[in-house]
Design a protein around this ligand. Sequence first.
Ligand SMILES: Cc1cc2nc3c(=O)[nH]c(=O)nc-3n(C[C@H](O)[C@H](O)[C@H](O)COP(=O)(O)O)c2cc1C
Length: 216
Amino acid sequence: MKIEELEEIIKGRRSVRRWKNQEVSEDVLVRAVEMATWAPNGGNFQGWRFRVVANRELILRMADAVQSVADKIASWPEASRWKEDVERYRKNTSYFRHAPACIAVFVRRYESVADKILAVREPSDPEAKQIRGFRRFAPTGIQSAAAAITTLLLVFHAMGLGAVWLAAPLIAKKEIEELLSVPEGTGLVSVVAVGYPDESPQKDRKPVSEVVEFIR
Ligand SMILES: Cc1cc2nc3c(=O)[nH]c(=O)nc-3n(C[C@H](O)[C@H](O)[C@H](O)COP(=O)(O)O)c2cc1C
């Protein structure tokens, strides 16, 4: 593959939030997830688990659970400070109910040998406690899940599908984990909603000079 082709896939992918009323076959979904499992991940531990949901009723129940928590958050008196934002938030949290399929991504906590040492030493050594804090700031398991989800989105795009990465459903983590019977020892990280796209959204990026600093 030429770099230009890869560039086109990377830059041509956009988050898609409207889908055609058309099923995505199980083969296609599983093939995409299989490719996503080739993403880099901490210690090649592969602590990720994927629940592919193509059952309409289950997707609706997940979306209802998310909407119900969003409505509750919006009803709290503290929300009145951000009225317009809150209304937009309420309206935009559960649109994934219209997606033909959703992939719930779960992850197991990853513990390197350094993490094991730090956990034992932390109570007696402030430096160990601080270093453990650095590790907790960006957990390896979550970084690994992010690598898999990114890969999944690119694969979907290359397949002609449209997907969106959703962190919003985390507000109903408990309910979704119950609905999908959470894989043993893991926790929900995100949901990816996917289908055949019914929109072609455009988005820009900041110029690279704004986000990169070269150190020689
Ligand atoms: C960690 C993460 C969480 C996201 N959560 C949501 C979400 O809850 N709802 C949503 O509509 N989009 C969500 N997105 C999609 C972003 O809004 C989107 O990637 C961003 O606006 C850039 O647009 P693009 O993906 O089309 O380039 C999320 C993206 C990431 C990486």
